[in-house]
Design a protein around this ligand. Structure first.
Ligand SMILES: [Zn+2]
Length: 424
């Protein structure tokens, strides 16, 4: 059961905010002031007007921002940890489309999606941008289950009318079902629809053009994949010889706009990165997936420093780790692989920098300001370190935070707040 925070509330603990891409701002024994589920600020003393507020005491515990998983595939949850022996295009054909086809069965969808929603909450993921399958009814079930569990964000019914095996739709069917899904999605309050052409190879030009028109007419965001794998990039060039670069196949149809989400961007060059900056496109880095299906090492520091908007995603089931703490440390490991590969020319990411990518960088997508800024809906994760190894000396709060990022799992997550509600 989720519980809305109403009236004035003070949450006490060591508050750790990702205010910039850098070191976190730590307020020891601080107060997170909340009014009707919305953050009013972080204070080291009880702020004026809050002396009679309800108090929730997590003294001695770490209070982190809620995590945003900006790219994952809900119908691949049953194949988590499987099929890691093939590269992207073969992997889709051999495993993925067959698994996703199972979601024509609504009972199966309900069983999988209710479990997925509760696993997200248990692990502190409070917002998502998530792919469903091509099935409208299963997509609505996913939206329902996320909303019930208290997870916010965007869900996409996938469109694919080309080279998509068991999941391939007819073009007209794909359009008709998309409209039915959009009409039925209005009943949700914390979950909204996002248009989801799977990626250029799986959509005809007609379908891409139609989706671009719907995006513009209805003001709906778009999510897809970009420059994940070299074979995929070659295929896109064969399909669209008029486009010099992969991103232009989306731009051509009105799908490359403000807030478009592009997963991976492993092989995007400076020009493709500049196109992301120019159009405020969000690049979602999915380190575990990029390693598992041998896609490559994305140049994350280089992209961030150049000005690309980068956040993190689990990309299950290419990624085998749903917990964003695992994604965060995976991101650190991959940045070290880049540092090794470039002989230190590209410095690896710090824990604080990766924490920013896992929290504030994603929450900006939903209109939040960085950190626990005043006006943001409350999204927070409370960590209890009791189960972590005993330390040999007293640790600073920053050391405790960095250690917990590496070691904590759902057993150490004592409480989760999402959208101003207590959801765990
Ligand atoms: Zn993906």
């Amino acid at each position: 059961m989720t519980e809305q925070l109403s009236g004035l509330t003070l949450i006490k603990g060591h508050i750790i905010e990702a205010k910039t891409f850098g070191d976190p701002v730590i307020t020891e024994n601080g107060y997170l002031a909340i009014e009707d589920g919305v953050v009013k600020g972080v204070f080291s003393e009880i702020p004026a007007g809050f002396s009679d507020a309800k108090k929730i005491d997590y003294s001695g515990k770490l209070i982190l921002q809620g995590f945003s998983d900006m790219h994952l595939h809900a119908p691949q949850y049953p194949m988590l940890g499987m099929g890691m022996d093939l590269p992207l295009m073969d992997w889709l054909k051999a495993y993925t489309f067959k698994t996703e086809a199972r979601f024509a069965d609504n009972n199966f969808a309900r069983e999988v999606y209710s479990r997925l929603a509760s696993e997200l909450v248990k692990n502190g993921t409070t917002r998502v941008c998530i792919y469903s399958s091509t099935h409208t009814d299963a997509t609505l079930i996913l939206m329902e289950e996320l909303e019930k569990a208290g997870v916010g964000g965007f869900v996409g019914k996938v469109n694919m009318d080309r080279a998509s095996g068991e999941c391939q739709e007819l073009t007209e069917e794909s359009k008709r079902e998309t409209l039915r899904w959009l009409d039925e999605s209005v009943k949700f309050s914390r979950i909204r629809p996002i248009l989801t052409p799977r990626f250029t190879p799986s959509c005809t030009n007609e379908l891409m053009g139609w989706l671009g028109k719907v995006a513009a007419e209805r003001g709906i965001y778009v999510q897809s994949h970009l420059s994940e794998n070299k074979r995929e990039i070659e295929l896109v060039h064969e399909l669209h010889p008029d486009c010099e670069q992969y991103w232009q196949t989306y731009e051509k149809y009105g799908l490359w706009t403000d807030h478009t989400i592009m997963a991976h961007c492993v092989h995007s060059d400076a020009r493709e990165q500049q196109a992301m900056i120019d159009h405020n496109v969000l690049c979602v880095h999915c380190p575990d997936s990029n390693i598992n299906i041998c896609s490559g090492f994305a140049p994350v520091r280089q992209m961030v420093e150049r000005g690309v908007w980068v956040a993190l995603g689990s990309d299950i089931a290419g990624g085998a780790q749903l917990p964003m703490l695992q994604v965060l440390t995976g991101c650190l490991r991959m940045s070290k692989a880049r540092a090794i590969e470039t002989e230190g020319k590209e410095a690896f990411l710090t824990v604080g920098e990766a924490y920013y990518l896992a929290t504030s960088a994603g929450s900006r997508y939903f209109g939040d300001a960085d950190g626990f800024a005043s006006g943001n809906p409350l999204h927070a994760v409370v960590l209890d370190e009791t189960l972590l190894p005993p330390s040999a000396r007293e640790l600073t709060v920053k050391e405790r935070f960095e250690r917990a990022v590496y070691l904590a799992d759902d057993r150490s997550i004592a409480a989760v707040y999402g959208g101003g509600r207590k959801i765990k």
